[in-house]
Design a protein around this ligand. Sequence first.
Ligand code: FAD
Ligand code: DHB
Length: 389
Amino acid sequence: MRTQVAIIGGGPSGLLLSQLLHRKGIDTVVLERKTKDYVLGRIRAGILETGFVDLMRKAGVSDRMDKECFVHDGTVISFGDTEFGINFKELTGRNVVVYGQTEVTRDLYEAREAMDGKIVFNTENVHIHDVDRDAPYVSYTVDGIEHRIECDYVAGCDGFHGVSRQTIPLTVRKEYEKLYPFGWLGILSETPPVHDELIYAGSERGFALCSMRNSNLSRYYIQCSLSDAPEDWTDAAFWEELKRRIPGKYAEQLVTGPSIEKSIAPLRSFVTEPMRWGRLFLCGDAAHIVPPTGAKGLNTAASDIHYLYNALQQVYEEGDSEGIDRYSERALARIWKAERFSWSTTNLLHSFPEQSAFDLKMQKADVHFLRDNREAQSVFAQNYVGLPY
Ligand code: FAD
Ligand code: DHB
């Protein structure tokens, strides 16, 4: 088989790139290790920047999102008794939308199928060859049968545990990583959200987040120990702990119910450089991970796709390689700023095991400064709604 761009990974990055390129007449094949149902079963991000929304529009897949999403003009931040709002709309003129990654992925799969997009599921033994030469190809097996795709370029959209990043030799690749000494325990419940905005809550017992998917589907998280397993937490224990970390007035109003999903994610900051090696381009979680505080994971994936899509269009339509030559530099410039925001928001609101009484005072002073200072709120809001592409 031959294609122009071989895309490894059928998560949001790979599907969005495939859909955008298809609409410009650029041929792609997507290779996905799992089944479609498996990919759609993963509960992940919930908040989209307007840059992401614009890309979904450009990809022609925004109809359902435009109808069903919730627009959020601000968020609530709390720390113990301190509670305040940050109004994104007033401070930046922009907002974010609530529309789950599951829905984004579902819409993208539907669009790809409607356009007869080529997606191969259950691929195993994916190997990327000769991307440092002129004629790269990708080999893989399905049900034990070997296949091969010749291509012009390879987009590595295969997440943190994929093969694409590993294809770049260690002599070229440099990785930066920070692991945090806690995770997030998340639950999904068919209950109305506790508030019409998200609540990011710091407390001496640890962080909590109140989020949502729709008017009868709530997503809540609490900071947990890395040694915890989801089974260690009964629903009752989860709700009890959540209530102790959020401001009293919300704890009183909280509607609880059975969880329909419960999972733990470790927190990590990670960046690999460069994001391009010859004809291979890394996108999304394949190249970088942020701790989830501040909702930048999926949104940074989208900015990579924006840069790569434009770069590939430039090379195919104009024969100009400037975009692909500068892809890594452009993507990384924005990524590092999102890394900084996610890291600093994590530090602001989480409880750290070795935290001294002095450290806690510093953390509270940071929160109070944000509460009392419009410029600080403006900096937060600019980062939250998303820096320009
Ligand atoms: P992925 O979604 O990881 O997609 C990669 C795809 O590649 C997968 O479908 C995988 O099966 C496939 N793949 C992997 N290896 C291969 C291979 N060798 N061959 C073929 N296919 C392969 N972000 C937020 O903003 N908020 C959140 O609350 C949040 N929660 C998260 C919870 C978890 C447990 C995780 C892991 C991430 C979370 N994120 C969150 C981050 C966000 O979901 C990711 O940034 C986003 O999924 C990145 O999309 P992606 O397409 O780059 O990677
Ligand atoms: C969600 C996750 C986040 O990490 C975040 O900052 C906001 C919302 C969510 O899953 O809804």
